[in-house]
Design a protein. Sequence first.
Length: 54
Amino acid sequence: MGSKHGAGDDPKAVVRKLMKNGKVKKKCCKSKPRCKKCPVLALKKAKADIAKAA
């Protein structure tokens, strides 16, 4: 089952939380270069942060 707390271990959960807060868009607009509210970049950054923390 999903956990209520400690969602910091799943990059998708981190990005989903940012979407709900309005920090990241729900869909990528596929512009080049990627905009700063891009969910693709946010996911990539979240994965890197979790890998660095581990």
